[in-house]
Ligand binder design. Sequence first.
Ligand code: CP
Length: 310
Amino acid sequence: MRHLLADDDLSPAEQAHLLDLAASMKGAPHVRQPLAGPRSVALIFDKPTLRTQVSFGVGVADLGGHPLLIDGALAGIGVRESVADVARVLGRQVAAVVWRTYAQQRLEQMAEHAGVPVVNALTDDYHPCQLLADLLTIREHRGRLAGLTVAFVGDAACNMGNSWLLAGTTAGMHVRLSGPDGYVPGPDMFARADAIAAVTGGSAAVVPDAVAAVSGADVVVTDTWVSMGKEDEAAERERVFGPWSLTSELLAHADPQAVVLHCLPAYRGKEIAAEVLDGPRSVVWDEAENRLHVQKAVLAWLLEAAQQDA
Ligand code: CP
């Protein structure tokens, strides 16, 4: 049974196939109906969300299915009963499980016991659906992925930093992470990215100086400084991350054709200046829309693989 739990669950060929499939489904949104019946997909959220619940809800309906929205707090997964028991119950009734939760291990337990495909809708460690949307958006605007340089500035010690390392190198990109000392992924994550890059021709590096990181970059990315669960540290984080704010002065060091990504929600005047987010280099609204198209491709691909396994 195939799942999408982390970015490096996908080989370079599979990632490219999913991006091609997403692009074709974007042009013909209702042609593929793998959930016709309708069959249901469980969409479980233990953390706040707008884009993810909307894009999966719309996407499941587009695929002919029924999106079953489950409030993680109400279900009490791992509290009222074990993740494994929840997985066994869901797997008897739904075609797939999409889950936004905290520890990656919870998602892995769900995948182990559900008997249906499981998709990571964000954990503390990874956000692979976001990265597929980001890659599709870059490909649309820059025409290719392999060989491009992406600079991620700000809080790189988060799921988006990890996912950029893994998915970016899978696409053959040169990934630069730039943040304060102590706010970049650990050596294990870089070892995984380096192993991928050795095959694809990409690279992964920490470039602490924000100007050096952004210099000549084809893509500049940032994300909130206060990820979910870090709200108590907000004041300290604003002080520490200030020099990595994506301002128009910083963006001026990038390639003149550079595109700016932000997975949203964004905080203007904090991690990104309003004139950058709302400016001509920003492709964030395409990026938000592309969540829909890539996730439909992921579900269609996983469901077809599950059918072949059956
Ligand atoms: N980018 C993203 O995952 O958005 P939500 O948190 O609103 O789902």
